[in-house]
Design a protein around this ligand. Structure first.
Ligand code: SF4
Ligand code: SF4
Length: 408
């Protein structure tokens, strides 16, 4: 390897691998270079499900407006991800409303339920029936066990009994797990080795990718959080399990980057290209709440491999936000708090407010954390300080999260 390759730019082999993988899977290769209209320009096979889904797909966690869903439909998005708990069911209702009039058969729907260690099959079936009612459909294509961060949840036989019956009655077609917690890698390994899933929905972005930090090793005194994650995605590919990435924008502080978007791409488009250039990722979902935002995002659809200009944007973003961004899948600080504050979860809800600007969603999510970070208000010893390998000032961030998000 040349000096140049090793120090500036993605290593050539990696760069080519990413580019080739993305290019090979283009459904309409001739249009890529020329077409600039904001529409889906690439569909990808979602592993063994054989579903052919838009490379950039609809995340509904923060949307309750059917018109936004309609805009996504008009732009060619055909995979809509939701969950029973998003906005108290209103996210599912918005999708169901937008799909009235025969549009259901043109799209794939994914939804989720949080099936705990002691969840019972009949309760899961009830939750599914409610999702079907809100979505105005008789089937969900991919049904996820939501936010799994404990392998015991994967061993609950009631989930499998429920899934068997639901499939038998045509109410779901495929199952999977979603995750973004500190034990994500452990859960993925368990699910893949025991062949428990058709699809995985995982938090994955450039800021978590060891290849990114290798690329900028001179600028960041950091290591990647989850060195196992890329290997697990590869394992999923080997087992033909579909892989959908989420949380791809590393906090989505898009406005921070506007002054630097002078070239042909925006930061979001660069971040999407990074994720979609990974040959072991089938597609990504991203939270969509505005029409202009959907158009911006879709300009990255089918746009090929990571570009040199993308790397500058990603590097700048990481440099600006690294000290406040809590990495998904990291739990290095977990044992540092004697009061059992769920630090990474508190900081994830803080991100929804501080980075996405969505205070309502952040409060809703924070309320699910029980006492949350209330202990931080009176914590004298702050033993969490210094436990974050990324230098996050944990107590400061958790306290501000609590003040911002507690009590409505
Ligand atoms: S400030 Fe105290 S209570 Fe809060 S996370 Fe740190 S150690 Fe835990
Ligand atoms: S605060 Fe730091 S150590 Fe804790 S989960 Fe986030 S990134 Fe990891």
């Amino acid at each position: 390897m040349s000096e140049r390759e090793g120090s500036s730019g993605i290593r050539r082999r990696e760069f080519l691998q990413r580019g080739v993988a993305a290019t090979l899977s283009l459904s309409l290769p001739g249009r890529v270079a020329a077409a600039r209209s904001p529409e889906v320009r690439q569909h990808r096979r979602l592993g063994r499900t054989e579903l052919s889904i838009s490379d950039i797909s609809f995340g509904s966690s923060r949307n309750i407006d059917p018109k936004i869903v309609e805009h996504a439909l008009d732009r060619g998005i055909n995979y809509f991800d939701t969950a029973e708990g998003y906005r108290g069911g209103a996210a599912e209702e918005a999708i169901g409303e937008a799909l009235r009039g025969g549009k259901r058969d043109k799209v794939y729907l994914a939804s989720k339920v949080r099936a705990g260690v002691r969840a019972r099959a009949e309760d899961l079936m009830h939750a599914l029936e409610e999702s079907l009612r809100r979505l105005r459909t008789d089937r969900i294509d991919v049904y996820f066990n939501h936010a799994v961060n404990d392998t015991q949840r994967l061993d609950n036989p009631e989930w499998y009994e429920f899934a068997r019956r639901a499939k038998e009655h045509g109410k779901i077609r495929f199952t999977g797990i979603s995750g973004h917690g500190g034990r994500l890698a452990e859960c993925l390994r368990h699910a893949l080795e025991a062949d428990l899933v058709d699809v995985i929905l995982v938090a994955y972005n450039f800021g978590q990718d060891p290849k990114f930090y290798e690329r900028f090793t001179r600028r960041f005194d950091l290591v990647a959080v989850q060195p196992e994650l890329p290997a697990l995605l590869e394992k999923a590919r080997a087992k033909d399990v579909g892989v959908v990435a989420m949380k791809t924008l590393m906090g989505a502080r898009l406005n921070d980057m506007r002054p630097y978007e002078h070239g042909e791409s925006t930061f979001a488009q660069a971040a999407f290209r990074w994720v979609l250039s990974n040959p072991n990722v089938d597609a990504l979902i991203v939270s969509m709440t505005r029409s202009d935002q959907i158009d911006e995002y879709l300009r990255a659809s089918g746009s090929g491999p990571v570009r040199q200009s993308d790397l500058g944007l990603l590097e700048r973003y990481a440099a600006r936000n690294a000290s406040a961004y809590c990495r998904f899948g990291c739990n290095a600080c977990a044992e540092s708090c004697p009061h059992d504050v769920p630090i990474s979860e508190v900081l994830r809800t803080r991100m929804y407010a501080a980075d996405y600007g969505d205070h309502a969603y952040a409060r809703e999510d924070y309320a699910k954390l029980g006492a949350g970070a209330s202990a931080c208000e009176t914590c004298a010893h702050q033993s969490c300080l210094g436990s974050c390998p990324y230098g996050l000032e944990i107590s400061e961030l958790t306290r501000s999260a609590h003040r911002l998000l507690a009590n409505g």
